[in-house]
Ligand binder design. Structure first.
Ligand SMILES: Cc1cc2nc3c(=O)[nH]c(=O)nc-3n(C[C@H](O)[C@H](O)[C@H](O)COP(=O)(O)OP(=O)(O)OC[C@H]3O[C@@H](n4cnc5c(N)ncnc54)[C@H](O)[C@@H]3O)c2cc1C
Length: 470
């Protein structure tokens, strides 16, 4: 013990990593930082491992980034891995529709609202008259997100002039992908926030990005090196089993190995998901609003990721979305290794076919959001289901799946249904030395990497202020 104040951060997911990055930024700081993580590695829900059957490093779940992820970009700059992300120059996504086949959503990467409207109106996956509904949307978006928090995203879209057909054949996939919940289960405030941060600001802020290196190399490994350099103590394989409270302050943390006392000038930041937090809360706090909120947020929606190795190359776009389908996205992993992006073509080049954007690959990853119905299926059936989706966009695809590896994450993201704004805790709690971060906290954003990172940064700023370091 150095005798200096200390900040203990519980949980080394992205929220905990971001918090430690901000807390440790000033070399002359007057306090110590201790990061406790239960698993052998940092990263939490964002990670990767070597799979001998697929013959390469695979992510525990394919993650999609957006150019509006400002907190994520700040963190990656600090970690020195910003170049591990590849962003498209525009919002370009081939989307498959049962009736109309494969058509790209293609929105120029500018701030120009006319370009945005033009891109949406040119999307041929919907009949032209249905597309006109898009134009009504921006007028329906309230200034204050929480004005529509009592509604589901589905109810909001109907009120915003989006017909049932437009919801089913367009918005449902957008909402599922961004929130991991169907439109009828997620709060409209979350959809409104997504629209305000991305699409309504123009194509420049809605450009998709992907990790060209495994997720662990993007976040967890460089975070370990950075923290070592900055003198942050990291203890992995350290499961927290409880913390104690006395007279309105946190007084200690207990891990499976030892008890760590907290003095009057020490702080505790929980960057644990609600389902982990509720298990370690002391009895004395059980009747508090914070614990009540956390336990009501402890329901999670699952994500299923399926990795396929083919015996011979198949041809796929970089990223393909599937409306009204069991599988939602298929990613061309080898094109991503090569850091490819969709080609830029003049809008008047009518000779271009959507197949021109297909690239060969032997490895594909598929994602199913809100995957409750598919989790129990064996890998072989999931492989067949993904192959059937690939054949929807290229019927000549050979049936040559060599290996399938499904990753089932039952606790992928919290359920943020209508009314969520009253449940998500703020960084500051009623205890002056207890702080909360994580994707479930009150960021207004869906439970995403960006939400987790912004929450970690926000909590760190408040702790620095409380320590008199700002
Ligand atoms: C399959 C999948 C796909 C996703 N896709 C996307 C995407 O495309 N885009 C996007 O933006 N977001 C996506 N997300 C969401 C994103 O990954 C999460 O929102 C984000 O990583 C959450 O970070 P966090 O730090 O809040 O929580 P976590 O990552 O859960 O971190 C919490 C940490 O606490 C540790 N912990 C828990 N209990 C204890 C304990 N008792 N003692 C010690 N340590 C403990 C855990 O091991 C973990 O490391 C996806 C998530 C999944 C699962």
């Amino acid at each position: 013990m150095s005798g200096r104040p200390q900040v203990i951060v519980m949980g080394g997911g992205l929220a905990g990593i971001a918090a430690c990055e901000r807390l440790s930024r000033t070399p002359s700081r007057s306090f110590d930082i201790l990061l406790l993580e239960g698993r052998p590695h940092l990263g939490g829900r964002v990670g990767s491992y070597y799979d001998p059957d697929i013959g390469r490093e695979i992510d525990t779940g394919q993650h999609l980034f957006l150019s509006c992820y400002t907190g994520t970009l700040t963190l990656l700059e600090a970690l020195g891995t910003r170049s591990g992300l590849v962003f498209y120059d525009r919002l370009y996504l081939p989307l498959w529709d049962r009736e109309r086949g494969l058509h790209p959503l293609d929105i120029p990467g500018s701030d120009n609202p006319v370009a945005l409207a033009g891109g949406l109106l040119q999307y041929e996956g919907l009949p032209f008259l249905s597309r006109l509904a898009f134009l009504a949307l921006s007028r329906a978006v309230p200034k204050n997100d929480n004005d529509v928090d009592h509604l589901s995203a589905y109810e909001f879209l109907l009120r915003a002039g989006q017909r049932e057909e437009v919801i089913e054949r367009f918005w449902e996939l957008v909402i599922l992908s961004a929130t991991n919940l169907p439109s009828r289960r997620v709060s409209a405030a979350i959809l409104v926030r997504i629209l305000k941060e991305s699409l309504l600001r123009g194509g420049r802020h809605s450009r998709p990005g992907y990790n060209a290196v495994p997720l662990s190399e993007l976040f967890a490994l460089p975070a370990m090196s950075l923290f070592k350099k900055r003198g942050v103590t990291v203890r992995t394989k350290t499961r927290i089993v409880g913390f104690s409270e006395s007279q309105g302050r946190v007084t200690g943390v207990t891990t499976a190995q030892e008890a760590l006392p907290l003095g009057r000038s020490d702080h505790l930041l929980s960057a644990l998901p609600p389902w982990a937090f509720e298990k370690i809360v002391p009895l004395s706090l059980h009747q508090t609003p914070l614990v009540d909120q956390m336990s009501r947020l402890s329901y999670a929606s699952p994500i299923l990721s399926v990795n396929l190795l083919f015996s011979e190359p198949v041809r796929l776009p970089l990223i393909t979305g599937f409306h009204q389908s069991a599988v939602h996205w298929i990613f061309n992993r080898e094109a991503m290794d090569q850091r490819l992006t969709p080609e830029i073509r003049p809008w008047f080049d009518w000779s271009v076919q959507v197949e021109d954007d297909f690239y060969p690959t032997r490895v594909a990853s598929a994602t199913v959001s809100g995957a409750d119905d598919l989790l129990a299926l064996p890998d072989s059936e999931l492989g067949a289901l993904c192959l059937a989706h690939i054949k929807k966009i290229d019927p000549t695809t050979p049936a040559s799946v060599k290996s399938v590896r499904a990753v089932r994450d039952r606790f992928a993201t919290p359920v943020l249904g209508p009314g969520q704004s009253t449940l998500r805790p703020e960084a500051r709690t009623s205890l002056p030395n207890l702080w909360i971060a994580g994707d479930t906290t009150d960021t207004g954003l869906p439970a995403t990497m960006e939400g987790a990172i912004r929450s970690g940064y926000r909590a760190a700023e408040l702790i620095l202020k409380a320590l008199g370091e700002r």
